[in-house]
Design a protein around this ligand. Structure first.
Ligand code: AMP
Length: 380
């Protein structure tokens, strides 16, 4: 069945249409559920036969991301393609684009996949980041350390997530040892940011250029993995507005369509007011774990918002009707599901993963509070 590709006409994908999702993890699963709620059908493409998103999709393709024939067949049978992870190979996107619109587009993916391209792009918008240098070899690393000082953080340019592919450099160690630690991959060195808190903004941009941002949240990590998000972050109105302005500038300048996660560092106050306290750490060209609270605390959550955007629908309201604390269920946390389900204050979301593994995101719970009554952030 060949569906009508409507990118050229600008017509929205109407109920009854089909969205294709690359990637079958929990983000794909929650996107598929949201799309179904809007009367759309979903086709999930993932190489892993046991993907949680398959449980909630009308159609599935189990094939590799470099299987040109399978990709073409998949894209011919959907109205629009999106993805739940940022490491989609450029060649995969090129093939898909010949058969269906891919949203968000290739520019956003290429920018977010490579920390050097990402930081360069962000800095070009006049937005602050950690100071950074490209590092290709030991001599380059020695020069970068000379420029930025220590402590600093060496990160692979590509394929890093949840603290993987990075190592902290203190004064002293031989540069080669640090490069060995990250597999001698092309890298960047970042100056260490002495941040006070980590916040994020989930922002959406529609095909018509409209932008809707959720309130910034404060994120607490455990073992490099997001543990809890507190919504909203406690910020001065000026800093909250600046965080949203930064996220809005990034989606506008990338001509972005869909939901994007923007992770920021907030520097401690320096006596000069709100100015210059926000730096962008990274962007995720997709729905984001720190936006899961929006499913329960906003009229239109991030998953529905992403589907609306990629389908050319008007964006929904990102307004928060409640404050919220979202807690990830990592590994064994999910084994406690009877206790979690027995707590009447929790909205519980389980991802249908058969096997509990240490560090694996198994689900999340969200507790709502009246506006202004969220409990204080507690560090780990
Ligand atoms: P990333 O993989 O870039 O998201 O980094 C993972 C975590 O490492 C962040 O959430 C921060 O807690 C920390 N981190 C990353 N980059 C820096 C930096 N330049 N300065 C200080 N901490 C950092």
């Amino acid at each position: 069945m060949n569906r009508t590709v409507n990118a050229s006409t600008g017509e929205p994908v109407a109920p009854g249409g089909c969205i294709g999702i690359l990637g079958g993890g929990q983000l794909g699963r929650m996107l598929a559920t949201a799309a179904t709620e809007l009367g759309l059908t979903v086709h999930v493409y993932c190489p892993d036969e046991n993907s949680p998103a398959f449980d909630v999709a009308a159609e599935k393709t189990v094939a590799a991301y470099d299987d040109a024939e399978a990709l073409a067949r998949f894209a011919d049978n959907v109205d629009v393609v999106t993805y739940e992870f940022e490491n989609v190979p450029a060649e995969t996107v090129r093939i898909l684009t010949e058969h269906a619109p891919v949203r968000p587009g290739a520019l956003a993916l290429a920018t977010a996949q490579d920390r050097l391209a990402e930081k360069t792009f962000i800095a070009e918008q006049g937005i602050r980041t950690a100071p950074f240098r490209a590092v290709d070899d030991a001599a380059g690393l020695a020069q970068a350390i000379a420029d930025l000082g220590t402590p600093s953080i060496l990160k692979t340019r590509r394929f890093g997530y949840d603290g993987k592919g990075q190592t902290r450099i203190e004064a002293g160690p031989a540069p080669q040892a640090a490069l060995d630690e990250i597999g001698n991959a092309p890298a960047i060195l970042e100056g260490f940011v002495p941040f006070e808190r980590e916040i994020s903004v989930i922002v959406a941009r529609g095909q018509d250029g409209a932008i809707a941002a959720y309130d910034p949240v404060e994120n607490i990590h455990k073992n490099h993995i997001l543990d809890r998000s507190f919504a909203p972050a406690t910020l001065t109105p000026g800093i909250a507005a600046e965080a949203i302005e930064i996220a809005s500038t990034l989606v506008r300048e990338l001509d972005y369509v869909g939901v994007m996660g923007v992770e920021l560092f907030l520097l401690p106050p320096d006596g000069k007011g709100d100015k210059d306290r926000l730096l962008v750490n990274e962007i995720a060209p997709r729905v984001h774990n720190s936006g899961h609270w929006t499913m329960d605390a906003c009229l239109v959550g991030q998953f529905e918002q992403h589907v609306r955007a990629i389908c050319g629908w008007p964006l929904g309201s990102a307004a928060r009707h409640s404050d919220a604390v979202m807690t990830n269920l990592i590994g064994e946390d999910a084994a406690d599901w009877t206790a979690l389900a027995a707590d009447p204050g929790y909205a519980i979301h389980l991802y249908g993963k058969a096997e509990i593994r240490a560090g694996r995101k198994m689900g999340h719970v969200t507790r709502l509070f009246p506006i202004g009554e969220r409990p204080a952030v507690t560090p780990n």
